[in-house]
Design a binder for this molecule. Structure first.
Ligand code: HEM
Length: 193
């Protein structure tokens, strides 16, 4: 639960975060991956982890801080991020790790500007945002699990066909090892404009 004072304090730190820019982002990721190397697997599995995507988390947090008194503005962004997270099987316990490193990054970089007030405000604010994601992601996991041919977590598939379509395009056909139905999909469902 955020107090009026928490909201005011979070907003007052936006210029500090923006001034820190990518130095904060780099510090945050190095700190997190050094202390929790198991998270590298989650991020690396994507094989599409560009610098831009690394910055995305921090930009989203700044957008959150700016709109913390009008969260409806972030509705579409929250939905897009939640969809992305569920495609990587992000779990509630991951939020504690990210939150911990976020707060410690702010403590280490903002130094004397990281007052007890800032710590409380950001701790509460992160908790609120993390809960929004955790709840929406649980809904999406349940929807997936309860749909015909759906499942939660990982499922073994084997490659049954590899077809060269053109010089640039190859199709890979997979079948579930358990031979059970596979839920339907929409073409391009993970592509966002
Ligand atoms: C409040 C906390 C968080 C925020 C604001 C946030 C924000 C974001 C954003 C903006 C993206 C990019 C979405 C897109 O491409 O459209 C993203 C992707 C991602 N996030 Fe988060 N995230 C949070 C927590 C977490 C946690 C706890 C984990 C797991 C440790 C995580 C792992 C990932 C991964 C693996 C991706 C995909 C990266 C890729 O495409 O390579 N995030 N997140």
């Amino acid at each position: 639960m955020l107090t009026t004072n928490n909201i005011k304090t979070v907003k007052s730190t936006v210029p500090l975060l923006e001034a820190g820019g990518t130095a904060i982002t780099d510090y945050f990721y190095s700190r997190m991956f050094a202390n929790n190397p198991e998270l590298k697997d989650i991020f690396n599995m994507s094989n599409q982890h560009t610098g831009r995507q690394k910055v995305a988390l921090f930009e989203a947090i700044i957008a959150y801080a700016k709109n913390i008194d009008n969260l409806s503005v972030l509705k579409h962004a929250v939905e897009r991020i939640a969809q992305k997270h569920t495609s990587f099987h992000i779990k509630p316990e991951h939020y504690d790790i990210v939150g911990h490193h976020l707060i410690e990054t702010l403590r280490e970089l903002l130094r004397e500007q990281f007052t007890a007030e800032v710590e409380e405000a950001w701790g509460n604010a992160y908790g609120v945002l993390a809960n929004i994601f955790i709840n929406r992601e649980e809904e999406l996991y349940r929807e997936g699990e309860n749909s015909i041919g759906g499942w939660r977590g990982q499922r073994a598939f084997s490659l049954v066909e590899k077809k060269v379509e053109s010089k640039l395009v190859t199709s890979f056909v997979f079948e579930p090892v358990d031979q059970q139905p596979v839920s339907d999909y929409q073409a391009g469902q993970y592509i966002y404009p």
